[in-house]
Write a protein that binds this ligand. Structure first.
Ligand code: ADP
Ligand code: MG
Length: 278
């Protein structure tokens, strides 16, 4: 809920607005916020005027038909769209109240705080250990005891350690798909992020591996803010607290997952969740 400020425009300094608006009515801070965000790829508008707040230590799901802008929107939160040639945007994305697109933000620092896991597990063709240690090594950390401790801690957090502990030097590509995806999660966790973005992280996995990742996400939300794109509505229903339904670049409805799936406000949401299109 945002309250419109009655102050004249010239008094609405950025910082004042941000520190005022990050508060919930109950005083809880939002972890991530999108404010009137438009995204363009050249002339094509992929996201249109989306405003949405994400609470910390929770799972938020983005759902909607293929091509509606879920990945584009997700990638805004760690500036992954910056790599795309004809990408342009309006609006703000706030992390802990700070605009991550402001010139003072260092993108490498941002990506340490906001980690990402992709649809297809993408381990490097290196050992299990080296995959998880990678983020620490590129930070220039050389203390081997520290690195080893952090690698083990991250593998444990990703519920992979018990399966690989006897051979951390094994080639990561020799792991199963589900194990590779948990390895990628461990790799993301090793640099101690506070947000994890996941773009359809289980869509390439079998049901058992999917279940393990869902259980893991459920655990991780105690310590991390998780935003997940999913094609699978049952999955959104099982693991998320809040769900955002996007359609053709617009946010149609956003609210408690329970409500979105049982009693949505909008007819378009109802049609989508009952499988009438998508
Ligand atoms: P979703 O993840 O919901 O399937 P995307 O965010 O991938 O949707 O894409 C949203 C829209 O933006 C689609 O119409 C897609 O074709 C278009 N799009 C995505 N990436 C690019 C790009 N790099 N250049 C041009 N158009 C793109
Ligand atoms: Mg996508």
């Amino acid at each position: 809920m945002e309250t419109k400020s009655k102050k004249p425009k010239e008094e609405q300094k950025d910082v004042a607005i941000e520190s005022k608006e990050v508060k919930h009515t109950d005083g809880q801070q939002y972890k991530l916020q999108a404010k009137n965000v438009d995204v363009f790829y050249g002339d094509f508008q992929a996201i249109e005027d989306i405003t949405l707040d994400i609470v910390p230590n929770s799972v938020t799901a983005f759902i909607g038909p293929s091509g509606c802008g879920k990945s584009t929107f997700l990638r805004l939160f760690n500036r992954m769209n910056d790599y795309i040639d004809n990408f342009d945007m309006n609006g703000k994305i706030l992390l802990d109240g700070q605009n991550i697109y402001s010139p003072s933000v260092r993108v490498e620092e941002l990506r340490k705080t906001v980690g990402m896991v992709f649809q297809k597990p993408n381990p490097f063709p290196k050992s299990i250990f080296d995959n998880v240690a990678y983020g620490l090594q590129i930070q220039g950390i050389t203390d081997q005891d520290f690195i080893e401790e952090r690698v083990i801690e991250s593998l444990k957090q990703a519920t992979l350690y018990s399966e690989v502990k006897d051979d951390l030097n094994k080639q990561a590509l020799a792991l199963s798909g589900g194990q590779q995806q948990r390895l990628c999660i461990a790799r993301a966790l090793a640099v101690k992020p506070s947000v994890l973005l996941m773009d359809e992280p289980t869509s390439a996995l079998d049901p058992i591996s999917t279940g393990k990742i869902e259980d893991l996400i459920h655990e991780l939300q105690k310590k991390f803010t998780i935003v997940i794109v999913t094609h699978n509505m049952q999955q959104a229903g099982r693991i998320s607290k809040k769900t955002a339904f996007l359609y053709m670049g617009r946010l149609i409805e956003y609210g408690d997952t329970q409500k979105i799936f049982t009693n949505p406000e909008k007819e378009r949401t109802q049609n989508y969740i009952t499988g009438r299109f998508g």
